[in-house]
Design a protein around this ligand. Structure first.
Ligand SMILES: Cc1cc2nc3c(=O)[nH]c(=O)nc-3n(C[C@H](O)[C@H](O)[C@H](O)COP(=O)(O)OP(=O)(O)OC[C@H]3O[C@@H](n4cnc5c(N)ncnc54)[C@H](O)[C@@H]3O)c2cc1C
Length: 250
């Protein structure tokens, strides 16, 4: 669910075929952390997406029962013609109906029903400056934005701050580091980390704010609310903040 905060005009949706259900094939499954996997899917048709958009994934049981969940694309947009390949990065939730099935049952070669890309409000076109603030699995759509900035040789446009419990919970750990990224730890920090541990505060955000940039916040409801409060305290105007909430607080 995206926030209803007033903001700059949303980027126009990309032209293309109507969004319909497609049967994708799982090409590869990659462990990001012990509780997170990235699923690389091949779509039957080329798709153009914007960084920040998501797909809906639908599971259907033999008795016809269905369960649908939204998953952000962690892969960046691929050129003007789009791509048949997308990455969805999924955190395993205890007792989670869909995430548990994806983690414990789905294998490379399996087929999955998906529909997208969806969401023009929480999307970055790769042009203006952006501050990206992620909690846990909220890194997924923001990783697509970071990858887009790096792929287009404009890493200077983005600053990314990600909050995780400990070093073992950091997604994309090999790829993430760079001058444009900051990691903060809430429970366990690596030895020698000067910040120590603790939840996100305005003093984490303030040094990253340049003024005038669009801010994308993504994570659990609790994280998104805390990050928005910290952003406002750091002087970021409400109309520049876009929020995507993945689920309950925590
Ligand atoms: C626009 C959008 C994009 C999303 N993108 C991603 C993504 O890229 N990666 C990803 O892992 N998830 C993402 N989500 C969350 C995802 O859609 C599911 O809600 C999540 O995978 C849980 O589904 P489930 O069927 O496993 O759990 P459910 O069976 O729905 O819920 C199981 C339990 O977990 C709780 N719960 C549900 N969702 C969450 C949550 N997000 N955090 C904490 N507790 C929760 C429920 O209250 C319940 O107690 C996104 C959500 C939205 C709205």
């Amino acid at each position: 669910m995206s926030s209803v905060m007033p903001g700059p005009p949303a980027a126009p949706p990309l032209p293309g075929p109507p969004i319909r259900w497609q049967t994708a094939r799982v090409l590869a499954i990659h462990d990001e952390t012990p509780r997170t996997k990235t699923f690389r899917l091949r779509l039957p048709h080329r798709t153009r997406h914007m960084a920040g958009q998501y797909f809906v994934l639908r599971l259907t049981a033999p008795d016809g029962y269905t369960a649908s969940r939204a998953y952000s694309l962690s892969s960046p947009p691929e050129g003007p013609d789009g791509s048949t390949m997308i990455d969805l990065t999924v955190e395993l939730l205890d007792d989670g109906e869909v995430s548990t099935y994806l983690h414990e049952v789905v294998q490379p070669g399996d087929e999955l029903e998906v529909r997208g890309p969806i969401g023009a409000f929480f999307a970055w076109d790769g042009h203006g400056p952006a501050l990206l603030v992620a909690g846990g699995s909220g890194i997924s759509p923001l990783m697509a934005m970071l990858r887009l900035a790096r792929n287009t040789a404009r890493p200077d446009l983005v600053r990314l701050l990600v909050s995780v419990r400990g070093p073992g919970d950091l997604y994309f750990a090999d790829e993430l580091p760079g001058p444009e990224t900051t990691v903060i730890y809430t429970r366990t920090a690596p030895p020698g980390d000067p910040r120590g541990v603790g939840r996100l505060t305005p003093s984490d955000i303030a040094p990253l704010v340049r003024g005038g940039e669009t801010v994308f916040v993504c994570g659990s409801t609790g994280f998104a609310d805390a990050a928005t409060t910290a952003l406002l305290a750091a002087g970021v105007p409400t109309h520049l903040i876009r929020v995507e909430r993945f689920g309950p607080s925590g």
